[in-house]
Design a protein around this ligand. Structure first.
Ligand SMILES: [Mg+2]
Length: 221
């Protein structure tokens, strides 16, 4: 599978589980949000299948419908709870070995690098304080109207990097990373250092699966 598929001018990386140890307690985060929702009289009906940020958007919509005017306070508090969990995770996370070297190698070869995450910038920079030396762009949930798996997120990144999707790779540990890359026509690369195993990444349509993101240099000339 380690064949060179196309010339890559840019590589876009997910962060947690891809460049750094995935340590956010998403289960506890969901319970935080559902508990907050319950205090607004919103049940968890139909929320099971949603990712946390999308779950917050849906609860916000329901509060706006049932108790207009209270949805803003809910959303502010919910995002604070999410951020608290992310920062707690970041405090126990670390970059994977070889990540800085790999990013420096991409830079040396003239390949643009970006980091695309649903996490907040504060948590990312807590784990990777010198990120600005290694990546030209970091696009978090605060920098896009809609986050991945919505393609707006990666389109925002590609606009910043000024690169065509066909010349870019999206590298991530989650099926949503694979899907968002495919959606825009980028090379979708799964890695086995985080959330999903090879079969789930393959099922999502990965063009390539690597043990770890640092191996992405095999895709270069
Ligand atoms: Mg991830």
């Amino acid at each position: 599978m380690h064949r060179r598929i196309r010339t890559l001018n840019a590589v876009v990386f997910d962060f947690d589980g891809t460049l750094a140890l995935l340590n956010v307690d998403f289960k506890a985060m969901r319970l935080d949000i559902l508990g907050l929702a319950a205090s607004y009289g919103i049940s968890d009906d139909g929320l099971e299948g949603l990712f946390v940020l999308e779950m917050i958007a849906e609860i916000r919509r329901r509060i706006g419908r049932d108790a207009p005017g209270r949805e803003g306070a809910f959303a502010d508090r919910a995002l604070q709870l999410v951020t608290d969990r992310e920062l707690a995770g970041a405090a126990r996370s670390a970059l994977f070995p070889g990540v800085r070297e790999m990013l420096a190698e991409l830079r040396r070869r003239g390949v643009k690098r970006g980091i695309l995450t649903r996490n907040c910038l504060e948590a990312v920079t807590a784990v990777f304080p010198d990120i600005g030396n290694f990546s030209e762009a970091v696009v978090t949930r605060d920098d896009t109207e809609r986050v991945k798996p919505h393609p707006d997120h990666i389109r925002t990144m590609l606009r910043i990097l000024n690169e065509k999707p066909a010349r870019a790779a999206m590298v991530g540990d989650h099926p949503m990373d694979i899907r968002v890359g495919k959606e825009v026509g980028a090379l979708s690369v799964g890695v086995l250092t985080g959330y999903a195993g090879a079969s789930d990444l393959q099922a999502a349509g990965a063009d390539l699966i690597l043990e770890r993101a640092a191996d992405i240099t095999v895709c270069l000339d």
